[in-house]
Design a protein around this ligand. Structure first.
Ligand code: APR
Length: 316
């Protein structure tokens, strides 16, 4: 990917997350956006609407909507948000089967029309969907990245800032593992302008923040009742996109393909990654406690169960 040109970004899925992704990309002038969906008129309508906000919001990048995957041709970056959010009565396995089918179909098209793209997967269950995408695309693993840790750590940063009454900009943290109840937030790497939170709040408040972070997605589903979060997920995916397209080398928690790091192999899991023009350019191995290591491996077991289920469903 060459830096300095006008990029083409494909947002696949024009629902809540996909449309927000497109809008944030335009606002940041990351590139022109192709918004893709299977519902006729939906991506076209949203893309036109967003483009018409440009003169007011002051961006000159444009969005186009399409139902035809051929329009992905030449995309530098593809963000996949297509798929069902989990609905009441739907089991985890139902979701895995439905979204697994959707991801497989999309990846065939991405492989055909945007073979040089870097792909960011947002669809849940994230860690299994990004693994499936990697296998279906056949791209080198540095070019396939899952969005989860960025969102989980953003939630934790917000909770810490809210608790302490400090600017969110001053809070930094790291969350490892899978995207779900088994994620591994790391209080020891959570700081406010360099000051560890262990020096700023009692342990019971830290524990409460860790717990709220783990259940962050569920809290919003319960409030919304008809869907799941989309502003923060989209903002997180776009932060990753920005680091890739502008070759910023941001160190962000992302679901990356592991080949022995943290004692894990042939799995996508949330780890600190340096994102640049080649996608995941480096995985950083942190010194973590035995308890955190155990949580990370428990988290990996959950992901492996999902992968096995994909195999049993014939999707892998
Ligand atoms: N190709 C393109 N778009 C598709 C396909 C497909 N094969 N299948 C479904 N879609 C589209 C739907 O038509 C819908 O517009 O994906 C969109 C999903 O949008 P929403 O239902 O609004 O869901 P959203 O909230 O955006 O979440 C999407 O992101 O965060 C995750 O858990 C969430 O897996 C879910 C995904």
């Amino acid at each position: 990917m060459s830096v300095g040109k006008k990029f083409k970004i494909a947002s696949i899925g024009a629902g809540n997350v996909g449309a927000s992704v497109a809008q944030y990309c335009l606002e940041l002038e990351l590139g022109d956006v192709v918004l893709t969906d299977i519902v006729e008129g939906l991506p076209q309508g949203k893309a036109l609407d967003m483009t018409q906000a440009g003169p007011i919001r002051g961006y000159s990048c444009q969005a186009v909507g399409t139902n035809d995957y051929k329009d992905l041709a030449g995309a530098d970056l593809v963000i996949i948000t297509a798929g069902l959010p989990r609905k009441p009565g739907m089991t985890r396995l139902d979701l895995l089967e439905k979204n697994g089918g959707i991801i497989s179909g999309i990846c065939e098209n991405v492989k055909q029309y945007a073979p040089d793209a870097i792909v960011i997967v947002v669809t849940n269950p994230l860690d299994t969907m990004v693994y499936l995408a990697h296998k279906k695309l056949g791209f080198p693993p540095n070019r396939v990245i899952g969005m989860a840790g960025c969102l989980d750590s953003a939630r934790m940063r917000a909770f810490v800032a809210m608790e302490l009454g400090v600017s969110m900009k001053n809070v930094d943290t790291m969350v490892l593992g899978s995207h779900g109840d088994d994620m591994v937030p790391l209080p020891q790497y959570t700081v406010v302008s360099g000051i560890p939170i262990t020096k700023l709040m009692p342990q019971d408040r830290i524990d409460a923040i860790v717990d709220r972070t783990r259940k962050g997605g569920g809290e919003i589903v319960q409030l919304l009742k008809t869907g799941s979060a989309y502003y923060a997920p989209a903002a997180s995916a776009v932060r990753m996109a920005q680091s890739v397209l502008r070759d910023e080398k941001q160190l962000l928690p992302c679901a990356a393909y592991l080949t022995g790091q943290y004692g894990l192999d042939d799995i996508f899991m949330g780890v600190p990654c340096i994102l640049g023009k080649d996608g995941v350019e480096r995985i950083v191995e942190l010194d973590i406690t035995e308890a955190e290591k155990a949580s990370l491996h428990k988290s990996a077991e959950e992901v492996r169960t999902g992968i096995k289920q994909l195999q049993e469903l014939g999707l892998l």
